[in-house]
Each structure stands twice: as structure tokens, then as C-alpha cells.
Design a protein around this ligand. Sequence first.
Ligand code: 1GP
Length: 246
Amino acid sequence: MNIIYNKILSAKLKGKKLLAVLLDPDKLDLSQVSETVININQSKVDFIFVGGSTVKNGITDRFVKELKKITKIPLVLFPGDYSQITKNADAVLFLSLLSGRNPEYLIEQQIKSVPLLKNSNLEIIPTGYILVDGGVETAVQRVSKTQPISQRNINEIVQTSCAGMHLGNKLIYLEAGSGAKDSVKPEIVRAVKENINIPLIVGGGIRTNKQLEEIYYNGADLIVVGTAFEENNQSLNKILKDESIN
Ligand code: 1GP
């Protein structure tokens, strides 16, 4: 039942780096999906994350069903709210926005999701989600009405990550926000990595090979790329096919 998490955990133990592409059903039309997924199927992508900050009710379910028909890559929900939970995916990152102090995203959304989870076989992966300042106001910040932690405040980011681990989360997700100008700094990735013993996900604003390599090198076990892939970024597409990732 813990297929996805075990894959992440065993990759971490072997030092194998993982990559996820984030598809936002709010930004990507169903008619564009098959072309996008053909690219992903031919790439080194390990997971497809599905989610967004503002996806209308019912859209994610249709989107996931369509994806299931055309890819064998595991589909992991990365929900902006409980309405994005669909039993047709393989797993869900059960997120708690630990950088913020809005009870809606610390516990309320999680409670609202229980009836949907109860009738599903989704693998539920508790994930401490930490928003750091990516240099622009991002959708997560707007929708969650929370402030990101400044990247100058390494200590607070590290302590928040440790608290997330001690609370029993199985993953820590360092997020600069979709479309961030500044991705999570390598020194922050390193500091968090040195202080936790659960796998580390990093995402937000990662557009180049250099960023990808630096963030892996400093300790990310799994990197998530969204915008650069949507924009059909050529250098990134090359990376997605590059043997060196694994
Ligand atoms: C996943 O939100 C990110 O953590 C995706 O960010 O769209 O900037 O790649 P980008």
C-alpha cells in the first residue's frame, strides 16, 4: 500500500534522484494533455503531480481519469484544497502548510478531506509543506493567506522542517511557489537536509539544468518542475531526457 512512498524512500537510501512534473488542471486544458503526456512518457519523470491553488470542483477528477488512460507514470495528488482529492489517482500528498499560521491549511482542509479519503484506496503521504519566499507573490501565498518564510531566515526554515518531521510527517516539501523568481537556495536545501532524516522535496521556480543539479547536489531527493515544463522550456526538456538525472 505504500508503493509511492517506498519508491521515494528507497531512492533516498540509494542516492538516486527523483523528478516529478507538476500538471495544474487549472492551467492545462484537457485537449492539450495528450501531447504533454507523450513528452513526459518519453522522459525521466518518476511521478506526475496533479494539483493547483485554484482548481474548480470536479476538474481534477476528469483530468486524472484522462491521464490514467495515457500514462503508466504514478499520479500523485498535490491538492490546493480538499475538493481536488480524487480516488482515481495513486497517492495524495497530505499537506499541512507549516510555514503559515492559517488554521484552514494547517488542519481544516485536512478534516474536510476525510470523507473523500475514506472511500478511496489512495496512498496517503503526510507531508510538511513549507513555503519560502520566492521573490514574487505566489498563488499559494494568495490563496492560503499566509506569509512565506524569508530565505534569509535559515534557522526558522530548518526548525519548521524539524518540527514537521517530529509531528510524524513522512516528507518535507520546501516550496518557493509556482513561478517563483528565486527557487529555494542551495544552502537552505543543505541546511534542512542535514537536520532531517525523511525524504526532502524541493519545488518552485526551477528552470535550468544548473538549478536542478545544485538542488539535487545539496540534498533534494525529489524535485518538482511545473512552469518550465508548461512553457516547453527547451533546455529543461533536454534535462528531462538526460540520463544523468538518475
Ligand atoms: C512545485 O509549485 C512548484 O512545488 C512548481 O513550481 O511551476 O515554478 O516549477 P514551478
